[in-house]
Every structure is written in C-alpha cells, then in structure tokens.
Design a protein around this ligand. Structure first.
Ligand code: ADP
Ligand code: ZN
Ligand code: ZN
Length: 759
C-alpha cells in the first residue's frame, strides 16, 4: 500500500511513500506519519491519500518510518479546505499545513531522526482524604497542631467526605488557598496517613460555569425580531446574508439567538471576530449563555492550549457547540457546522499578510461553510464594499438594522477645523481649543472619553530644522518613529532601534525637533495641559500580552482612568457605558493614505470609533473629528452616519478606475538582496505576464515602502475582470512561473510569492 503525504516544505505538491504491512493495516487519511526526505532529513506529514498501486513518476519510493496516530489528526474535510486555500491563494500546501496545525501536533525534524513532539496532558496535584473508622481518632492525631486541624477540616468540608459514600478529590492549590495552609502542613497530614496526594490530568481550557450561573438569552426587541425573521427567511435562498446594523443595534444579540437555534439542531457554530474585537466583555457575554459548550480560540493561546482545543474538537463525543475565534479558527476540526458568523466582516485584519498562506479569514469561512452546508452571516455597521456590492447584486441576502437598541440615539458628530485653529494660533499641541474645552467639560461631569490617533509611538518623525535631516531605517525605506519610554527611534517594520543623537549627524546642530503626534506624545501632552485627565494608552506597545490588554480595559471600566487614548484598537467591540465623548485627532492622516481603500477604511474607522460614544440611555454621545479640510465629502458622510452614500460614491470610483469589487487583484512579489537584479527580474517577469494578460498587468513598481529588512521589493499587479475564471488565471500564472524559472537561474536567488486579493 502507498500513501501520499503533505510535507512541511514549500513545494506545491504531495509526496508518495510505501507503507510497510503492519502500518498499511492501520493507516487512514488524516493521520500523521514520519518519512525520510532527501539525503538525511526526516519529516512528519499528513496522509492525504492511500492507494494500492505504485504512484506514477517512476522514481524510487521509500518507506514510511512511523505512523504517529491511532486515529486521524485531521478530518477529510479539513484536507479539502487546505487544498482549496493552497490553490486559490497560490501557495504550497505544506505552508497551509504549517499554519493550520498547532505546533504541539507537528513533530519537528531533529538532528537524530524525529523528535516526538506530541500533545502533553497537563497534570496537577490533587488531595484525597483517607478516613479511618473514627473521626475522633483523626482529630486526636492532630490535637497538637491547630494548622493541621484547620487543613483537615477544610479537606473534610471540600471533599464532602461526611455526606458522600466516596469523597471528592480536591485540587491541592485550591485546598491550600481555602485553608490558608502550606505544603509543609499538608505533608504532615500525609505522613499521619490522613490523606494522599496524587497527580491528575486537568484541562487547560477555561473552567466551565456551573449550570446555575448560566443565563437565558435576552428577549429580542421588536426591531431585532423582525431582523431575525428576515435573516431566517434570507437563508432559505442565500447561503450568505449580510447583516448591516448600526453600532449597538443588537447584532450580537441576534447572533446569539441564531446560534442557539442551530445548536439546538445538533450542529456547531463558528463565530469569527477580529483579534482586537475579542474582548473579555464579548467572551463573558457568550459564556453566560453557552457555558462550557463554547471554546475561545485566539492568537495569544499557548501551543499546548491550542493543541488541547484541537484534540477536544476531534472527539465527536465532546459537546463543543460553539467556537468563538479569530481568523485562524477556520482551521479547527469542526464536526458539523451549521452556521458561521463573521462579525466586523469589513476588518482588514482578517487578511493574513505574512507568511503564506496569505488568506482572508472571511473568504475562507465562506468556503468552509459551503463544505459543511452551513449558512454564513456577515455582520458589520460598516460592511466592506466587496460584501455590500454582492448584497446589492442579490448574490448575498441583505438585512438592515438602522437604529440603536432601546431607542438610544446615534452619537452626534461634529467637524472641528484644525486649519482655523492654526490660523488663530490656537492649537495646543495636537488639540484644538474646542476639543480641549469639550473634553475638560465631559471629564469634570464625571464622564469618560476616548481619543483616537492611528499612530503609535511618541512622534512619527524627527527633523533637523537647519538642514532637514531626519532619521531613517538603514534596512527599510521608512522614517523612524520616536518612542519616549525607551528613548529610542524605532522602525515599525523591522524593529531596528537607535538612540536619540546628541546632535544632527549631518550638520551638527544640537537642536533636533520632533514632528507630529503618536499616542505616546498625546498622552504626555494631555497630562500637561489638562490636569483633570487621567489617561491610559492602548496600542500594540502597551498591550503586548493579552493580560495587559484586559487589565487596561478593566481599569478603564473601573474608572481608574477617564481618558482612553489609542490606535484602532479602541475602535472595536468596546462597550463602556460612561464614554460620552470620542475625539478623532487627525482625520486627514486617515484619508490621505496612498491606497484605493483609504476612504472606505477612514469611514469605517471613524464610524466605528464614534460608535463607542453614548451607549447608554439618557446620555447622548458626542464625537469631535479634528481635520484640516472640513468640506471633504467623506467627512460629511461620516457626520450623517450615511454608510450608503459613502458606498455609492466609493463604488462609483472603483468602477471608474477598475478596482475591486469590479475587478480581482493578484499581486506578484519579487524580493531580493540586490536592487538591480530584483528590478531586472521583475521587468522580465512583467513582460512575460503581458504576453498572456496584456494591459491587465501593471508595473513592476517599488511599493510605497520599497525596502524592508534589506530586501528590495518589486510588485507587479494583475487586474482581472470579475468574470474571468480564477482557475484559468492561476493556470496561466503557474505556466509563466515555470517558464521563468526554467529560463532564468536568477529566479532561484530571489523571494517570489503571490498575494491574491491583496488588502
Ligand atoms: P452590536 O453588536 O450591534 O454593536 P450589541 O448586541 O452589542 O450591539 O448591543 C448593544 C448593547 O445593547 C449591549 O450592551 C446589549 O447587551 C444591549 N442589548 C441589545 N439588544 C438587547 C436586548 N434585546 N435585550 C437586552 N439588551 C440588549
Ligand atoms: Zn542638520
Ligand atoms: Zn526597518
């Protein structure tokens, strides 16, 4: 018998091996096996097919070394999804496997053969009480030590030894905490034969809630009920439905009702959220209803936790009905999905940038759902233009919620001119007088505020006023950002750091000045000019761990601070009832990005961050947007909360200039150490592409940031009509690539990859 395997190598194919008889009897598709590779390597891969005949090819077929599973680690439907991803996103299936499998389930190659890495159960010490006939005898043994008595009574109590035939075992740490004891005291009890300590496997996953802590679903409001009914209706003739509901309209409540329904039919639900929207608030809200039938899958889990979730989902008897997860949750081994909810479906962070597979979590979720015969609900207050367009075309169903829950009004948004403030010399750092006054007022009234600036660090750049020098990364084509907390200039692309120079390296001027405002400098400035403000800052610098992120949210919720300053992290999923004011510090910087999606993105960010204001009855939220050009049409669409007008304007532009959703884009990247060679190859490559695709090929061009980590970057953009067959396009591209590699040795000296549907 022969097996083909996916191996963790960046080649777009599978590999065949012979299965020795003892393994042939046990082997199944989806099991892990280790095999020899090349002269001296051993790799572990996944069996994707079994066959009786020698596969064609004529080359020598070697033996599988070891079968690592008793039951498959990967389900057949997952393998199908991997294949689709490799195909559509034009990458090696080995790379998809690497992204999909938790590393605990992915034995790595070792120096002497393979290292057996596998899922290790987590063990914890437990205590079991030993009761002799007379309880009095036991206390007799302890009469000289109050601490031992204390521990023993706690153990009696916690193990229910007097109420039950067989006493419960008690976790050691819990017992010591409850009795205020130490392990020394416990050791004495063991010595006296009153209890024993042993290790027992425990779950790494969240402890389940007791049933009495579970709550029923909230009843839907009239408006929500109508939406719920419309969604069910829409699912009858659409696999995908878009729920466009303003912030705080109750989309999450509706999701929960739909989930409940699907779970009741015995099928599973995947709810996807962007990383930054996965807050404790949301987890708790869902856990209160779904309890231990829900698992949470995020990027800060440890590898053993990841593996435990995978193993749990593989067991058909484990009653896991709901996974709340980020992008990579699409890789989990679901038994049978009935519904996939993609919340905040417009979020660009659903797209994986690096490394391959460069997939879009939402788009893969559609394929995943389709394989399971599940329905998909895309939810957003500001849908992506791609999804909105498909809904307008009738390809997706569309359901809308135009009002906030419980009659709470949408926050009122006003534009504040920074140009005017500058003219009157009224700017105080990054603040207009109007924003400062309103902020002071809100804080004095005991309210909270959120300030949004899409720039972390202290100052985006520094400048020598006499010669114009400014610090740049030696490895990347970008200006360095100053971070005051570390007193360093930092490259946000490669992490390069360099200290503040004593004087200008170019002309010797000792007075270098900082330009612009990052979140760190805004926090600093605010503390100086508005003493009542007690700000905390939330960006990737301050929230490196999930714990610190949650601590900040908890502190803000507990009013330990009254101003939350942050990057786009503060725009998502936060539900603080006391936030009355939201300030956007610089709308121009959002709109002026060199990207055809800049305006769509700017609208989404401003609308979402505005949605954090005034989420409670009887307190209207206020939003101030500082900008230079108060006449910009996009800003007026934001002020009117007019998503549809924004979509219409932007779609007209996209159609005129031939951008998605009217076309499909594929970026071809060539990166190399030498500028000349990279450029020359990219030109040859583009010329070869033009022979097949003609004017649909744009470039090569160096992207806005043309060098990162000492690699020069060239990009060729292929713009295809929406109607063109993606399969055919990929065939052409693969043929061109093969021909280029065959004709040109230098292709082996550069990094080459595709980015399909780039963001
Ligand atoms: P969205 O997901 O659209 O932003 P949410 O579902 O988070 O809106 O609802 C906003 C707030 O209103 C939440 O605090 C939620 O608990 C509350 N809410 C919404 N609908 C209901 C309802 N039917 N019953 C009780 N509370 C509701
Ligand atoms: Zn200078
Ligand atoms: Zn750099």
């Amino acid at each position: 018998m022969f097996a083909s395997l996916i191996l963790p190598v960046p080649l777009a194919r599978t590999f065949s091996y012979r299965l020795p008889d003892d393994m042939a009897a046990r082997a199944c598709v989806g099991m892990r096996a280790s095999v020899p590779f090349g002269k001296s390597h051993t790799y572990t891969g996944i069996i994707v097919a079994l066959a009786d005949a020698i596969p064609e090819g004529g080359f020598e077929v070697r033996d599988v070394l070891e079968l690592l599973d008793e039951v498959p680690t990967v389900r057949p439907m997952q393998l199908e999804l991997w294949r689709w991803i490799a195909d559509y996103y034009m990458c090696a299936i080995g790379d998809v496997m690497k992204a999909a499998l938790p590393s605990e389930l992915k034995p790595e190659e070792g120096k002497q053969g393979i290292v057996r890495v596998d899922f290790r159960p987590k063990m914890k010490p437990f205590v079991r009480i030993i009761l002799k006939d007379e309880l009095a005898d036991a206390f007799d043994l302890l009469k000289r030590s109050q601490r031992q008595q204390m521990l023993f009574t706690t153990l009696l109590d916690r193990s229910h030894a007097l109420q039950q035939e067989v006493a419960d075992v008690v976790a050691q740490d819990e017992l010591l905490r409850a009795s205020g004891s130490t392990t020394d005291v416990l050791r004495e009890l063991v010595k006296k034969g009153l209890c024993e300590v042993f290790e027992q496997e425990v779950s790494r996953l969240d402890a389940p809630l007791a049933d009495d802590q579970l709550q029923p679903l909230n009843e839907l409001s009239e408006m929500q009920r109508v939406a719920y009914r419309d969604i069910c209706q829409s699912f009858r003739d659409h696999a995908v439905t878009l729920l466009h509901g303003v912030t705080s309209s109750g989309k999450t409540e509706i999701y929960m009702h739909l989930m409940h329904e699907v779970i009741g039919q015995g099928r599973q639900v995947l709810m996807m959220v962007p990383e930054i929207a996965l807050t404790t608030q949301l987890c708790q809200r869902l856990r209160r209803v779904f309890g231990s039938r829900m698992l949470v899958y995020h990027s800060k889990l440890s590898e053993p936790e990841r593996a435990e979730i995978w193993k749990t989902l593989l067991r058909d008897d484990a009653r896991i009905d709901l996974v709340l997860g980020v992008r990579s949750a699409i890789f989990l081994p679901f038994r049978q999905l009935g519904l996939v909810v993609v919340d905040e479906e417009h979020e660009p962070s659903y797209k994986q940038q690096d490394p391959a597979p460069r997939y879009h979590g939402r788009d893969v979720a559609l394929v995943l759902a389709n394989k399971h015969g599940a329905k998909v609900l895309l939810g957003s207050a500001t849908p992506s233009l791609e999804s909105w367009y498909l809904a307008q075309q009738g390809k997706y169903g569309l359901v809308q919620l135009k009002e906030r829950h419980a009659g709470i009004s949408m926050p009122s948004i006003q534009l504040v001119s920074m140009a005017d403030a500058r003219k009157q010399k009224g700017m105080n750092g990054p603040f207009t007088p109007r924003l400062l006054a309103t902020l002071g007022h809100a804080l004095r009234d005991g309210h909270q505020a959120i300030l949004f600036q899409n720039r972390r660090g202290y100052a985006p750049t520094a400048l020598c006023p006499s010669c114009g020098w400014s610090p740049h990364c030696p490895r990347c084509d970008v200006a360095l950002t100053y971070h005051k907390s570390t007193r360093n200039f930092v490259c946000h692309y490669c992490g390069y750091q360099t200290p503040w120079p004593q004087q200008c390296p170019s002309c010797g001027n000792p007075n270098i000045s900082l330009e612009g405002y990052g979140t760190e400098r805004i926090e600093d400035t605010l503390k100086q000019i508005l003493p009542i403000a007690r700000p905390i800052r939330m960006d990737t610098d301050t929230t490196a761990s999930r714990k610190s992120y949650e601590r900040m949210l908890a502190d803000f919720e507990a009013h330990k601070s009254n101003v939350l300053i942050g990057t786009q992290m503060v725009s998502k999923g936060l539900d603080f009832s006391e936030v009355q004011l939201v300030g956007v510090l610089n709308a121009d910087s959002l709109m002026n990005m060199p990207d055809f999606r800049a305006h769509e993105r700017a609208f989404q960010l401003m609308e979402q961050v505005s949605g954090r204001a005034g989420r409670r009855i009887g307190q209207e939220g206020e939003v101030l947007i500082q900008c230079s050009d108060t006449h910009h049409p996009l800003l007026h669409q934001v002020v009117r909360h007019d998503y549809e007008a924004m979509a219409e304007t932007q779609l007209a532009d996209r159609r005129r200039y031939g951008f998605p959703p009217y076309t499909r884009l594929i970026s071809v990247y060539i990166k190399g150490r030498y500028e000349d060679r990279t450029r020359r190859l990219a030109e040859q490559y583009a010329a070869a592409m033009r022979q097949s695709f003609g004017v649909r090929v744009l470039g090569p061009e160096a992207p806005g940031i043309s060098r990162v980590k000492n690699f020069y970057i060239q990009q060729i953009l292929l713009k295809m009509e929406r109607e063109a067959s993606p399969t055919l396009v990929r065939q052409y591209l693969n043929r061109i690539h093969d021909a280029m590699v065959a004709a040109n040795d230098e292709m082996m000296k550069v990094v080459f990859y595709y980015d399909v549907d780039p963001m």
